[in-house]
Design a protein. Sequence first.
Length: 218
Amino acid sequence: MERAAVFDVDGTLVDTNHLHTVTWWEALRQAGHRVPMHAVHRAIGLGSTDLIAHLLGEDRDQEEDAGLSAAHKALYGQYFDRLPALEDAGALLKRLHGEGWTVVLATSASGPELSALRRALDADEAITATASADDVEEGKPAPEPVEHALELAGVPAERAVFVGDTVWDMRAGRRAGVRCVGVLCGGIPRADLEEAGAQAIYADPAALLASLEDSPLA
């Protein structure tokens, strides 16, 4: 039977969470909002509108959202040519593909940003499909991104594992009914990932690859 390995990208496979933190902080600062970087970091993984709502509240001036998102994209876009894949991220995807897993990316990134992330991974031959922000109505922690990834893979939830680095990832995976694996390389504490639904936790893709035979992806 087919099996699906669904991966978040930012902070899970590519070392970008702190770049997002700094560029969101700067976009907010330019618009006159003082938001602590630790708060921004904990919001990374949400889609743009949800991230802004999480940080500024539902009573904010929502007409400002598009400008904040555009500012973040412009600032973050300066790094597209040098986004760093985490150690063995591409090798992990290739190993799973070689062992018969259908590998699907589930990410809030889209367009040029998603293309830059895939270039950083350098593992296109292992990736069957991508569920991007353009494909869903609601982003994580809603289950829709993971559910769409499963549709693309043609695999039921009980035959899938979702790997991510944030509480939003774990909540989305849990709500979609898949087994969830957490990685610590995005900067979120182990206890928070466990509380959100992670059934196993590894330091980073390299650690998961090294322990693959004893993991939920065995």
